[in-house]
Design a binder for this molecule. Structure first.
Ligand code: PLP
Length: 416
């Protein structure tokens, strides 16, 4: 069962106090104040997470689920407490629905290779959206090629929203899986997941949500969303790399065959045959990322100590401020402008390549992402080969935006 919610009132949202929890932000780069605007790629880590990692290695480290001695039992209970923290954070019905993976990419591949491989037949259809990250495209292409499936793409509108009428028109009784992002890592658009779930279920399809950018920008309730699978990565949620989550409905996970075989995922093994362990162990073959999971639990505890509604309001205010400031940069095109969008500002300059923009900004202490953002089909839809992207975290403040805008003026001076 999931843990009982902690009723401690959240700490009031104060961005400067939050910045103090992230020591890396105070270290200058090229002698300049750091404006870290690449949280969409990976978020910085608060001291609370680093302390938890160090504590786990220094005082409570051993392998889990196999030692009949204090240290192993302690490591196991810490590891399972992290699972409970995740379950509670996303409102899973039960801890056993939370499968630890290496990240979102592995979580999506797990569903494609187990649910997809065992449940889909030749001619069955999968629908994704035109805004997907490669990790929610390629696993489905691989499955399509292996099983003779049909992969359909639901288009997006010019302002970056799911074209709902076009999506509905793609649904048929052969649609078995809909796989869609919660929030676009390029456009910041929040996809209407609850509506997509209702429509997918009406034709008997399951809905997998790529929650990489969703879970980091808003409180997620997987039951209220109505999806069947939800995947995300710990490192974007202020936790360590090497840990991620696949949440799935218990009855679906139960019916799926395991993916990787090995220790921990079995209940018995003979040379003739093996029996699978119950959830979640069935999908966690081998020694898991023990301390990374504990670090993810610490990141979730940290997030839950904050007023997340106020954090979201702060992010929306920053998006409005950045939109207004960027509009003053000559020749700048902002990609994605749907109201309520997340703190992801992708843009192009008429006179400078994104890599040049990023290099000039770096000399001013501003860290942004430049490239195709693992969304090549979306780049094509937007008519550009690549973009520059500033993405926000809990700790982003107006000074970061001001520093970005000032550095973009330098790019204009140098290149225009
Ligand atoms: N999906 C989205 C929307 C992302 O932004 C990312 C990472 O950038 C991924 C999937 C892949 O995440 P990871 O590389 O942590 O598995």
């Amino acid at each position: 069962m999931t843990a009982v919610a902690d009723l401690t009132p959240p700490r009031a949202f104060d961005v400067e106090a939050i910045r103090a929890d992230f020591p890396l932000l105070a270290h200058p780069v090229h002698g300049k104040r750091l404006a870290y605007l690449d949280s969409g790629a990976s978020a910085q880590k608060p001291l609370q997470v680093m302390d938890a990692l160090r504590h786990a290695y220094e005082f409570e480290y051993a392998n889990v689920h196999r030692g009949a001695y204090w240290l192993s039992e302690k490591a196991t209970s810490n590891f399972e407490a992290a699972r409970s923290a995740v379950a509670q954070f996303i409102n899973a019905a039960d801890d056993c629905e939370v499968i630890f993976t290496r990240g979102a990419t592995e979580a999506i591949n797990l569903v494609a290779q187990t649910y997809g491989r065992s449940m889909l037949r030749e001619g069955d259809e999968i629908i994704i959206s035109a805004a997907e990250h490669h990790s929610n495209i390629v696993p489905w292409q691989m499955l399509r090629d292996e099983k003779g499936l049909v992969l359909k793409v639901a288009p997006i509108t010019d302002d970056g929203q799911l074209d709902m009428a076009a999506f509905e028109a793609l649904l048929t009784e052969r649609t078995k899986v809909v796989a869609m992002t919660h929030v676009s890592n390029v456009l910041g658009t929040v996809f209407p997941i609850a509506e997509v779930a209702t429509k997918a279920h009406a034709v008997g399809a399951v809905l997998l949500v790529d929650g990489c950018q969703g879970v980091v920008h808003r409180a997620v309730d997987v039951q209220a969303l109505g999806c069947d699978f939800y995947a995300f990565s710990g490192h974007k949620l202020y936790g360590p790399t090497g840990i991620g989550v696949l949440w799935g409905r218990e009855e679906l996970l139960d019916a799926m065959p395991p993916w990787m075989g090995g220790g921990d995922m079995i209940s018995s093994v003979t040379f003739e045959k093996s029996e699978w362990a119950a959830l979640p162990a069935k999908f966690e073959a081998g020694t898991p990322a023990i301390v990374q999971a504990i670090g993810l639990g610490a990141a979730i505890d940290y997030l839950q100590s904050l007023d997340l509604d106020a954090a979201l309001a702060h992010e929306h205010a920053l998006v409005a401020y950045a939109t207004e400031q960027l509009a003053d940069i000559p020749g700048l095109t902002l990609h994605g402008s749907v109201p309520g969008k997340s703190g992801i500002m992708s843009f192009s300059l008429a006179y400078a390549h994104p890599h040049d923009i990023s290099t000039v900004l770096d000399r001013s202490g501003v860290a942004i992402r430049a490239g195709h953002h693992c969304c090549q089909p979306l780049m094509e839809r937007c008519g550009v080969p690549s973009m520059a992207r500033a993405s926000f975290g809990l700790y982003t403040n107006r000074a970061d935006i001001d520093q970005l805008v000032k550095a973009l003026r330098t790019v204009h001076t140098l290149f225009a």
